[in-house]
Design a protein around this ligand. Structure first.
Ligand code: CS2
Ligand code: MG
Length: 405
């Protein structure tokens, strides 16, 4: 069997998705997700110009060798563009292997470790009351874990909160350039402990709570927040601080027992090796699309298992249903899986383009038993939703100083 063609699609059913189709001379094909929010065309070009020509004629069954060829065999290792491209090819090859074997990918990864994949839902509100009402809806729907985010009083916009009210482009002000948002740690600190205090008052221990800081705090501020939130028993506090310097997490860890999670922007084990090895974190949030596919995430998960770190893959709406499927297979077959972020199956257009039979049942995703990854991609539908340039917002302090993402 030989790889005969590699096609790259950029489509926008409300969000941009980069989809890769690896075709073979035997008719069987595989799909992969290469979406890199705000940098989609860089990955599409990297794949078309630099990756695809090297793979034509190779045996698609040689997944590990092709992964190493694209990673180790290249002078310019690592980085989000390279690793998203490798990820998409890798997912597509696992998809092909599953179809050839007539087995779902989780069977190729070792089989089921659990009956379903526990997920956490999002409750985003303009006020604390609004957020808590949304938590109630999530509990009603059967979710066992919920991430709580509330708009910060006194700031014009809060990242991640407008998501429920507007579409992605409205959220960005329909501007072709990155929108700018304010940040104030003082204002945020007034809000967050009250949010979780009231959440525990209203819901007791019915569900796990989580919270995403989106890296807006310095390490010592994160340490303080972790301490403030200890009484409310979070499952984890996500992206408290940036960790380009991984030792930032040593500082945070010394001060708080609130469990810590990080990793949605990480591309390889090297971005999180020290944090895992020193047990400064509890959950590693790498996504198959951004950390070298199923092969990349599997390597990181196995390393993390040695240090009692569990996986909690990123599950934002800017990862396509193909990545969602890759995670569902990995999570089903990975012993040290912790929890999966889940924001629904996408809008109507998205569901018309990407078809699958994954189910949500009582707060758990039940993996598909279809051969391969279990997702179909409708090319005609995809063509109707053209790429639209889009950016994530930029963060500034109230005096205009550019601030952390
Ligand atoms: C967030 C994401 O889901 C999350 O945890 O951090 O919404 C993230 O901001 C986006 O995926 C950025 O592309
Ligand atoms: Mg996050």
């Amino acid at each position: 069997m030989k790889i005969s063609e590699i096609k790259v699609f950029v489509t926008n059913p409300g969000r941009n998705f980069v989809t890769v189709k690896v075709c073979t001379d035997e008719g069987v094909y595989g799909l992969g997700d290469a979406t890199l929010n705000g940098r989609e065309m860089a990955v599409a070009t990297y794949l078309e110009e630099h990756v695809a020509p090297c793979l034509i004629g190779r045996n698609p069954q040689d997944i590990e060798d092709i992964w190493q060829y694209l990673y180790q065999g290249v002078y310019w290792r690592r980085g989000p563009v390279t690793m998203a491209a490798i990820a998409a090819i890798d997912m597509a090859l696992w998809d092909i292997k599953g179809k050839v074997a007539n087995l779902p990918v989780y069977q190729l990864l070792g089989g089921k470790c659990r009956q379903g994949v526990t997920v956490y839902a999002h409750a985003n509100g303009e006020t604390i009351d609004d957020t808590l009402d949304k938590v109630a809806e999530c509990i009603e729907q059967g979710f066992k874990a919920v991430r709580l985010q509330t708009a910060i009083p006194g700031l014009k916009e809060t990242y991640g909160v407008l998501g429920d009210k507007k579409d992605y482009f409205e959220l960005q002000g329909n501007r072709p350039l990155p929108p700018e948002q304010e940040w104030s740690t003082a204002k945020y600190f007034k809000l967050v402990p009250e949010l979780f205090e009231r959440a525990r008052e209203r819901f007791g221990d019915q569900v796990h709570f989580l919270h995403d800081v989106h890296s807006r705090l310095t390490p010592i501020e994160s340490a303080k927040l972790g301490k403030m939130l200890e009484p409310y028993n979070l499952l984890f506090l996500e992206d408290a601080s940036i960790a380009e310097n991984q030792a930032n997490y040593e500082l945070i860890r010394q001060h708080t027992t609130t469990p810590l999670a990080i990793g949605e922007t990480y591309n390889t084990i090297w971005d999180c090796k020290d944090m895992i090895q020193n047990q400064w974190i509890d959950f590693i949030r790498v996504a198959a699309t951004h950390a070298g596919g199923i092969t990349g995430v599997k390597k990181i998960s196995d390393f993390a298992a040695v240090y009692n770190v569990r996986t909690a893959p990123h599950g934002a709406p800017d990862l396509s249903p193909i990545c969602f499927a890759a995670h569902a297979h990995l999570n089903t077959a990975t012993h040290n899986f912790g929890i999966q972020e889940f924001v629904g199956f996408g809008n109507e257009a998205c569901q018309k383009i990407f078809k699958h039979d994954f189910k949500l049942d009582n707060g758990m995703i039940i993996v598909s038993d279809a051969p391969g990854l279990g997702v179909e991609f409708d090319e005609q539908q995809a063509e109707q939703y053209q790429y639209k340039r889009s950016y994530l917002p930029v963060s500034r302090l109230e005096d205009g100083t550019l601030w952390h993402w």
